[in-house]
Design a binder for this molecule. Structure first.
Ligand code: HPA
Length: 234
């Protein structure tokens, strides 16, 4: 079975897919956390793997950067491979003083400057929200792991560079927890298909203080986030 962007046999993916942006992070997660992981697709080097975690089948696949890329993989996984839950695992930038590098953020809602949801929705606004069963499972898993979890609005931007003037101040006023590039598109693509989605993010940089994760912090933060994500879905 092939789709325009995935080449894998029918049934190659588990019902639950972890979706980091970076395909090499998908490879790392598969090798480090899954048992018996097998690579199931590599079109455009966007690697996907399926294995088990605590006896349950789980897949992990790169989704690329930005809403268009993430939406393509999410749509094809759900439409053609029977995927029912997509959990984005990634990083975000912080704008609030109280949010620190390494904090874990669950995007309960995802605001955006992207036009994709209005395009889908006839020019009206659709509230892009995480699926409650998945969000609740992530909250439960974070609590069980003793990891504080910030839950609220994230902002999915199309522009990594050249943010709109005043954007950061507006995000601060609106108590937005993190800025990233995919959740608003992911949530709507999944909702349109009756699938679940959520985004679990580690704060990698602070847009006000200029603080950034070191590569060691990045690795530790990533591992802890993946443990919470996998516990939530198994
Ligand atoms: N902007 C967009 N996406 C991001 C950022 C950011 O500052 N940090 C991590 N992902």
């Amino acid at each position: 079975m092939t789709t325009p962007h995935i080449e894998a046999p029918a049934g190659a993916f588990a019902e639950t897919v972890l979706l980091p942006g970076d395909p090499l992070r998908a490879k790392y997660i598969a090798e480090r956390f899954l048992e018996g992981a097998v690579q199931v697709t590599a079109v455009r080097n966007m690697y996907g793997y399926t294995g088990t975690y605590r006896g349950q089948r789980v897949s992990v696949m790169g989704g690329g950067m930005g809403i268009p890329s993430c939406s393509i993989y999410t749509s094809e996984l759900i439409d053609h491979y029977g995927v029912k839950r997509v959990l984005r695992v990634g990083t975000c930038g912080a704008v609030l003083d109280e949010v620190e590098i390494g904090d874990l953020v669950l995007g309960l809602g995802a605001s955006t400057d992207s036009g994709v949801n209005r395009t889908r929705f006839g020019g009206y606004d659709l509230a892009a929200i995480a699926s409650w069963p998945l969000a609740r499972a992530i909250d439960d898993a974070a609590k069980a792991a003793g990891r504080p979890l910030r839950i609220g609005n994230v902002y999915s931007t199309d522009l990594f560079y050249n943010a709109a003037p005043g954007l950061i101040d507006m995000l601060r006023r609106a108590s937005v927890l993190g800025i990233e590039m995919e959740a608003a598109g992911l949530y709507t693509a999944a909702a349109e298909r009756g699938a679940q989605a959520a985004a679990l993010l580690t704060v990698s940089d602070h847009l006000i203080s200029g603080a950034r994760m070191s590569s060691e912090q990045r690795q530790i933060g990533l591992d802890q986030m993946i443990e919470v994500a996998l516990a939530a879905v198994t």
